[in-house]
Design a protein around this ligand. Structure first.
Ligand code: 0O2
Length: 216
């Protein structure tokens, strides 16, 4: 299933759409780097381990539109597909996730359109992550394009789980046997337990060091 722009004007529009979403990714990436640097400066600690960003492929956009009963037009892509531009932020601790989400929400030029907290309530697959759809203004020569970006924030452990589950689902072409699905849910619960223990351990280290008058 492919999206093949048929006329020159469609090719131009698609190129412009890609340019705008790419610019939005750059803007969000820079904002996150600044927040991370500032956090390091103030608290001597980096909440962000790393950041990945991607533009959704035209095939994947068309698939999502079809799934939701929409025709494959550029207008529909922009209107109905919220994750054409996606940024994944990987943190060490669950507390970092909420800290980063709050810092993002406090940026004046960003508008938060929706939030899905799959950490408080995991998906039935076991998937855990914090999702935000935001708009960011992209300043073009003749207009400002408010552009949607999906930000997924998760811990290293949640990311490990999500990437393995994605690979397994791909291998089984979406028909993963029930016993493997069940194992994945169990792994997800173990990962939550691990995240909680690592957070608690880190808090103990902070308290211990602060008693000794040291910074972490
Ligand atoms: P890809 O390849 O990551 O782009 P919406 O996007 O809001 O219109 P949806 O599907 O309800 O529709 O959004 P949701 O639940 O917030 O999930 C969107 C993205 O989260 C997915 O994008 C995945 O990246 C990730 N995700 C959601 N559920 C799971 C899961 O069970 N396992 C894994 N590994 N990832 C998940 P795409 O478009 O599916 O894929």
């Amino acid at each position: 299933m492919t999206f093949t722009p048929s006329a020159n004007s469609e090719v131009d529009s698609w190129k412009e759409v890609q340019l705008i979403y790419n610019s939005a990714l750059k803007e969000i990436g820079t904002k996150l780097e600044i927040l991370n640097d500032e956090f390091q400066h103030v608290h001597q600690y980096n909440p962000i381990e790393h950041i990945k960003s991607r533009l959704k492929t035209p095939e994947s956009i068309v698939k999502k539109l079809r799934k939701n009963g929409h025709e494959s037009t550029i207008e529909n892509m922009v209107k109905f597909v919220n994750d054409i531009a996606g940024v994944r932020v990987i943190c060490s601790f669950t507390s970092d996730i909420y800290r980063i989400a709050e810092m993002i929400a406090n940026q004046n030029d960003l508008k938060v359109l929706s939030v899905k907290d799959y950490i408080k309530k995991a998906k039935s697959s076991g998937y855990r992550s914090y999702h935000m759809i935001v708009t960011v203004p992209v300043f073009l020569s003749d207009r400002i394009a408010e552009t949607k970006v999906e930000i997924q924030i998760r811990t290293v452990a949640m990311d490990f789980w999500a990437s393995l589950e994605h690979k397994i689902n791909y291998k089984f072409e979406g028909n993963t046997p029930d016993f493997i699905k069940h194992e994945l849910v169990k792994c997800s619960e173990m990962i939550t337990e691990l995240d909680n223990q690592m957070l608690s351990l880190n808090e103990q280290v902070i308290r211990y060091n602060s008693r000794l008058g040291k910074e972490v």
